[in-house]
Design a protein around this ligand. Structure first.
Ligand code: F3S
Length: 430
């Protein structure tokens, strides 16, 4: 045991004692201190093939991060695994004003190029590895059941834990990198069998398949950082197919951002729920029933922070988290059909669909690619949040069906159907 009461293996102790250099020793000590705060008693080996980093943007204000990265690089304390990273913040194809471009390039993300060079030296998978949906097959960072990860992007952590059955805590930026520099993470919370048990039973009793982002928001706000076991949702899916995975991606991101969920179980659908069923429920669990009315109230209680609530939307963002190939194809057909029905050729509101560079490449091979182009929808790899998080963009009336984007920015939430109506007819009720 060390002073933090975390027992170390001889190999871990050697790293702490400086056998691999002073920098690795400091990284190990940081992870031990971090784990001790959460009651960890040991360190667990990181086993995933790849890591994933949340810090992907060269924000001018992050000088201490760049200094730290240089310290790691100069000491040869680079990542033991290759890694993907969250989306890039800039894409010239996304509509922006002259002033916004100045703010993005010269004030906000002026360090982007240098930072990407640091990421390459530290172990970036490849130049296309910028996405929050690193776990999609096109990107290739797909953890296996039981893999121990050192990720921190909340939407990716909740997906890896829940849909793939990997084990990962909701870490923070830089801690994620540190875990793969030494190859160990502190064992607590979602890395333990006990921490993966549910303290909430959520009974979904809606008359139809709930909107993923709305259901996730409702559950996240109720259970906060607890683990929910959800019943009544699997009746809307045949299996854990592409449709279900896309749904769970959006659902999970909403639980993670509107609350702080890192793992959920869906009865009959997600791997641990399929294997262990209701034995995942902890003794004394609480129950929450969700009906059509619960979801309606959740939606109606979202604050609208636009200065002019009746403003005509200037931009629509879809794809936070990044869209799957399945969603891109599906949305292309939906937009195309709705435009034809409305007698319009192109979308009435500038609209951006976001997806990973790898998914975009795969989509470009499909006939739907030219179909989407002709609707006027822009396809981009950026993170909409990074576009929105400045006073200039914050003043714009932006709409989205992402509850994560709604939570962190001034953008306004609408259901998928309402978004479709707005972008193809120019009004929610048209
Ligand atoms: Fe992904 Fe950015 Fe949304 S990282 S989940 S697109 S906020």
């Amino acid at each position: 045991m060390n002073k933090n009461q975390i027992s170390l293996t001889p190999e871990q102790q050697e790293i702490l004692d400086g056998k691999k250099g002073e920098v690795q020793a400091k990284v190990m000590q940081t992870l031990i201190t971090y784990g001790a705060l959460f009651g960890a008693k040991s360190m667990e080996k990181v086993t995933g093939t790849y890591n994933h980093l949340v810090t992907s943007f060269g924000l001018k204000a992050l000088t201490p991060v760049y200094d730290l990265m240089d310290t790691l690089i100069n000491a040869g304390a680079v990542s033991g695994q290759k890694f993907s990273a969250d989306p890039r913040p800039l894409d010239k194809n996304v509509p922006s004003s002259f002033l916004q471009n100045i703010v993005f390039k010269h004030f906000m993300y002026s360090q982007q190029e240098n930072y990407e060079k640091q990421l390459q030296k530290l172990g970036l998978m490849d130049e296309d590895a910028f996405t929050c949906t690193c776990y999609l097959p096109e990107v290739g960072n797909v953890p296996k059941m039981g893999d121990v990860l050192s990720w921190s992007e909340s939407s990716a952590v909740v997906y890896a834990n829940s849909v793939l059955g990997a084990r990962c805590n909701r870490n923070s930026g830089i801690i994620d990198l540190m875990g793969s520099v030494v190859g160990y993470v502190p064992k607590f919370g979602l890395l333990t069998d006990e921490g993966r048990k549910a303290t909430w039973k959520i009974e979904v009793r809606t008359s139809e398949k709930p909107e993923a982002q709305l259901l996730g928001s409702c559950i996240g706000m109720k259970v906060m950082e607890d683990v929910p076991y959800i019943t009544g949702l699997n009746r809307f899916f045949d299996s854990l197919n592409d449709d279900a995975k896309s749904y769970l991606k959006d659902f999970g991101a909403a639980t993670a951002s509107n609350g702080a969920v890192g793992l959920y179980h869906v009865e009959g659908l997600t791997p641990e729920a399929v294997t262990y069923g209701e034995s995942l429920l902890k003794k004394g669990y609480r129950t929450f029933v969700i009906t059509d009315e619960t979801l309606r109230q959740t939606y109606e209680n979202y604050p609208i922070v636009w200065k002019n609530k009746d403003a005509k939307p200037k931009l629509c963002f879809m794809g936070c988290p990044h869209m799957t190939l399945h969603q891109l194809v599906d949305w292309t057909h939906r937009v195309d059909k709705a435009l034809k029905e409305a007698g319009n050729r192109q979308v009435c509101i500038p609209t951006v669909f976001t997806a990973s560079p790898s998914v975009i490449k795969a989509f470009r091979q499909l006939p739907e690619s030219s179909m989407l182009e002709s609707t006027g929808v822009v396809l981009s790899y950026i993170c909409p949040l990074m576009y929105m998080n400045n006073p200039l963009s914050g003043k714009m009336p932006v709409i989205t069906s992402s509850n994560k984007l709604r939570t962190y920015t001034t953008s306004r939430y609408y259901t998928d159907d309402e978004i479709l109506m707005q972008i193809t007819r120019g009004g929610k009720d048209a």
